[in-house]
Design a protein around this ligand. Structure first.
Ligand code: HEM
Length: 189
């Protein structure tokens, strides 16, 4: 069979289908319904999907300062600005951009506004100590784990200041220190 024959045959077939459609009211109705449904599906996909959520604007960077446990508490993500601070190994980090983890309803929300050190080391996500925790009973494996978490937080989040021991005076940070927000300058445990 030649190509010309095939083309002629398929052309004839299409022509006869079209004739069939346009001469039968029932076929015409079906074509109309299908066209309408395809149009509706296409329209619903292109127009009715909700716009993607706007990324929340980042909060202004916190001025460098030290915190007591009590000072930390309000920063659990439930405050008016939603800021979240967490202490790890004596250092306070602004973890607001990790809201999906530490914010209300997040899997680690119990760490928000708390010292998370012990919880992180002992795989306990239910919270942090209510009084100052010197972590002195933790074994070397657990302390290594805390230091690893501290490194991870240092890489991911802004360091804000130290977690103060009871009676410890807060540091007065100069504007130059303010510029350097790295956690490297405050050796801890
Ligand atoms: C069934 C057990 C667990 C599973 C399946 C799990 C899974 C995850 C996943 C998928 C992430 C997100 C990682 C990313 O997107 O960057 C994450 C983050 C995290 N996990 Fe878990 N996790 C578990 C238990 C724990 C436990 C016991 C702790 C500590 C007590 C913990 C602490 C964290 C923290 C702090 C983050 C957030 C790190 C950040 O700020 O980026 N997880 N986890």
């Amino acid at each position: 069979m030649s190509t010309e024959n095939t083309t002629a045959e398929s052309g004839g077939f299409i022509a006869s289908v079209l004739t069939e459609i346009f001469t039968s009211p029932l076929q015409l109705l079906l074509v109309g319904i299908i066209t309408f449904l395809v149009y509706k599906i296409f329209k619903s996909q292109t127009h009715s999907s909700p716009p993607p959520p706007k990324p929340e604007p980042a909060l202004p960077k916190l001025k460098k300062r030290d915190f007591t446990l009590e000072d930390l508490k309000p920063f659990d993500g439930r405050g008016p600005d939603g800021r979240i601070l967490i202490a790890v190994n004596g250092k306070v980090f602004d973890v607001t951009k990790g809201r999906r983890f530490y914010g209300p309803g997040g899997p680690y929300s119990a760490f928000g506004g708390r010292d998370a050190s012990r919880g992180l080391a002992t795989f306990n996500v239910t919270g942090g100590a209510d009084s100052y925790d010197d972590l002195s009973d933790l074994n070397s494996f657990e302390m290594d784990s805390i230091r690893e978490w501290e490194m991870q937080f240092t890489e991911q989040y802004d360091y804000v200041g130290k977690l103060l021991k009871p009676g410890q005076e807060p540091t007065t940070y100069s504007d130059e220190e303010e510029e350097d927000t790295s956690a490297q300058d405050t050796p801890s445990v």
